[in-house]
Design a protein around this ligand. Structure first.
Ligand SMILES: Nc1ncnc2c1ncn2[C@@H]1O[C@H](COP(=O)(O)OP(=O)(O)O)[C@@H](O)[C@H]1O
Ligand SMILES: [Mg+2]
Length: 245
């Protein structure tokens, strides 16, 4: 279980202070799949970076319950692969020097298999499509066997077909391995297709929450999916416009 209480993040930009996050109180139960949805600039990436430990909050507290330290995997919007390394080496990069070479090779092969790229383990990044590169980025996060998997609009740059199959793949990985997932998106439909719940953000705050108890894989043409979509959109479109701090 991961819990944020009264988290805030402010940035100084010249003379001005930008409030990127304010009064964030959320708990992420172990093994849950939460989506975070809101328009560009509402604070989604800042929230994810704080969860990843890449950034410190200006105020508030992060609590983790459970005794062992947690492993965290992060996937960004762009794959950020190292162009001079093949797929397997990119996936295994973070394991170098941390686990024996044979164990690393085995875990890499398993992660690459999980994202359906076994035939491309020896390919170079320049030979991959956008969707394949993003799958490599997911494998690179999964190979760490993360307890917490953080994804920041990972499918935003993909075509609609590739995106649909990647969404289904991610859900199936979650069902098999049960990491706690926080998935950030600006796409309301994606938030509904993936999340057990969707948190709605506006101007640095969590302004709403939609619980979605539909079975997976979800169908975008399902009227139930549409009802959840409309509920979220109705709240996000009527919430007050973001005010510059
Ligand atoms: N390093 C930074 N310095 C100054 N302002 C920042 C920085 N990072 C984010 N912000 C500001 O914080 C707000 C939230 O940004 P961000 O978390 O990236 O939103 P989102 O991911 O939802 O688009 C925006 O107003 C953005 O300009
Ligand atoms: Mg962002």
């Amino acid at each position: 279980m991961l819990e944020l209480s009264a988290i805030g993040r402010r940035y100084r930009v010249g003379e001005r202070e930008v409030v990127a996050l304010a009064d964030i109180d959320i708990a992420f139960p172990a093994g849950s799949l939460t989506t975070v949805v809101g328009r560009s600039g509402c604070g989604k990436t800042t929230l994810l970076r704080i969860l990843a430990g890449l950034e410190q909050p200006s105020e508030g507290e992060i609590r983790r319950t459970g005794s062992k330290p947690i492993r965290i995997g992060v996937v960004f919007q762009e794959a950020r692969l190292m162009p001079w390394l093949d797929v397997a080496a990119n996936v295994g990069f973070g394991l170098r020097g941390r686990v024996p070479r044979a164990v690393a090779a085995e875990r890499c092969a398993a992660a690459i298999e999980l994202v359906g790229l076994s035939a491309f383990a020896g390919a170079m990044p320049a030979q991959l499509s956008g969707g394949m590169a993003q799958r490599v980025a997911i494998a690179r996060a999964l190979v760490q066997e993360p307890d917490l998997l953080l994804l920041d609009e990972p499918f935003a740059a993909l075509d609609a077909f590739t995106r649909r199959s990647m969404q289904n793949e991610l859900v199936s990985i979650w069902q098999r391995r049960r990491p706690t997932i926080v998935f950030v998106t600006h796409d309301v439909e994606e938030a509904v297709l993936l999340g057990e719940r969707a948190l709605e953000m506006q101007a640095g705050r969590v302004v709403g929450r939609e619980d979605i108890a539909l079975p997976y894989p979800r169908d975008p043409t399902d009227p139930e999916v549409n009802l959840h979509r409309r509920a979220i959109l109705a709240r996000l479109m009527t919430a007050p416009a973001p005010v510059p701090a």
